[in-house]
Design a binder for this molecule. Structure first.
Ligand code: GDD
Ligand code: MN
Length: 400
């Protein structure tokens, strides 16, 4: 459930003010917050100093805090000459990224700027991000630490710097085309056109919401503006080792989003199944089992291994349609059908089409592999839903 508060700014009724904001060239600043009560007042102060005189704005906080951040925001918002909204979530679905998508859904302006709530992202850059996007006719403007004029001065410690550099390198090499022209795909500070956000295809998972948007929403044109990553005003980073694992899962999910990439992953995982299969066969025959039943039992070791890897690496987000034993049963049936089907298929290729045994076997292997992949996609893990945008506009209660 989401609680929503709109604080009017100095001009009266909140809903009327909120409806006035979406004029061309205005901006909605989306700020995710998790226990930032010591920072939000300063952030609103900095925004007040540098944004409204250059660009009409509203601020939407999406808050998952367990402290009094929402109250502090509401209190501080009384001094702001623009509308401030706090969406407090009882369940922090998707973490930071999930919060940002919620904020984007509530945005009323043509441009959305996402920035952190701890003053590491200078608000004075907000008008420039939007102006650059307008000038370049871009859908996405990234504030980058890695182009001339930018720096990661405020990134605490050499460990964080090394991790950040490795993550950027890994991510860029996994998505060379989609991230072309983005030097800082890990940045949490960027401007995006509302029309470029396809909210329905987004599956945010943790910190890297820019990466999620660049890969799944694929904005038409991307440009960058340098920025200096500041020191945190107060408190500590909320990032953790657990967040690191979430990032790796996020990367795996993004990289296997296309059917071709999933098929390659499926094949690679399938190939690793030889190891438990052969180990099982060896163990069973050592204990005196005849090799024919041993083959059949050992094959199940390979099947179980493949099932576990596929569940966790490939279809993690597509499991909820069936119970685990239902999925395991279907998967095992398909995997064993593959074996049973292969011999008659080879016989067919050899006798009907006059193929040589080796080429017939190779073709049968490829055919049963593709059938198994397609069968697993369609019969075990149902496909995702289609594309959609932010066209529904503001969340309930905001539209007037
Ligand atoms: N709503 C919500 N929910 N907000 C969150 C959550 C969450 O689960 N986790 C963190 N936040 C908020 C924080 O309160 C802060 O306003 C912002 O997201 C960034 O979190 P930090 O914990 O300060 O992140 P960081 O400084 O370590 O990382 C920042 O810089 C990185 C670049 O090095 C972020 O901008 C990262 O996205 C960025 O990659
Ligand atoms: Mn921070």
């Amino acid at each position: 459930m989401t609680h929503e508060y709109t604080v009017p700014g100095e001009l009266g009724d909140p809903d009327v003010r909120a409806a006035e904001v979406p004029e061309p060239g205005a901006v909605t600043i989306v700020v995710p917050t998790f226990n930032e009560s010591a920072n939000v007042r300063q952030l609103l102060h900095q925004i007040t100093e540098s944004v409204p005189s250059r660009l009409p704005c509203e601020v939407v906080f999406v808050d998952d805090s367990t402290d009094d951040t929402p109250e502090v925001i509401r209190e501080a918002a009384r001094d702001c000459p623009f509308p401030v909204t706090v969406l407090h979530r009882d369940e922090p679905v998707g973490g930071l990224g999930g919060a940002v998508v919620e904020g984007m859904k509530a945005a009323g302006s043509d441009w959305i700027v996402v920035m952190d709530g701890d003053c590491q992202h200078p608000p004075s850059l907000v008008p420039e991000l939007v102006a650059t996007g307008e000038r370049a006719n871009a859908g996405l403007v990234v504030a980058s630490r890695y182009i001339k004029g930018g720096s990661r001065a405020g990134l605490a410690g050499s460990y964080r710097v090394a991790v950040s550099r490795a993550a950027t390198w890994l991510t860029k090499s996994l998505f060379p085309r989609r991230l072309h022209g983005i030097s800082d795909p890990m940045s949490g500070f960027f401007a995006i056109r509302r029309s470029a956000v396809t909210a329905d295809v987004l599956q945010p998972l943790g910190y890297k919401i820019l990466l999620e948007l660049a890969v799944r929403s694929r904005p038409r044109r991307v440009t960058e503006v340098p920025f200096v990553f500041q020191d945190r005003f107060a408190g500590e980073s909320k990032s953790s080792a657990q967040e690191g694992f979430r990032f790796l899962r996020h990367l795996a999910g993004l990289r296997t989003a296309s059917p071709v990439a999933r098929m390659v992953g499926f094949g690679l995982i399938g190939a690793t199944g030889f190891v438990p299969n052969l180990l099982g066969l060896w163990a069973l025959t050592v204990f005196g089992m005849h090799y024919v039943p041993a083959e059949i039992v050992a094959n199940q070791f390979g099947v179980a291994w493949n099932f576990l890897l596929i569940e966790h690496l490939l279809f993690r987000d597509r499991r909820r349609h069936r119970r685990w034993w239902d999925r395991a049963g279907r998967f095992a049936l398909l995997a064993n059908a593959d074996l049973v089907l292969r011999i008659p298929l080879i016989a067919l290729f050899v006798h009907r089409f006059g193929m040589g045994v080796l080429s017939a076997t190779a073709l049968a292997l490829v055919t049963t592999f593709v059938l198994r992949f397609v069968g697993t996609e369609a019969l075990v893990y149902l496909p995702r839903r289609g594309r959609g945008g932010l066209d529904g506009g503001r969340t309930a209660g905001r539209a007037v």
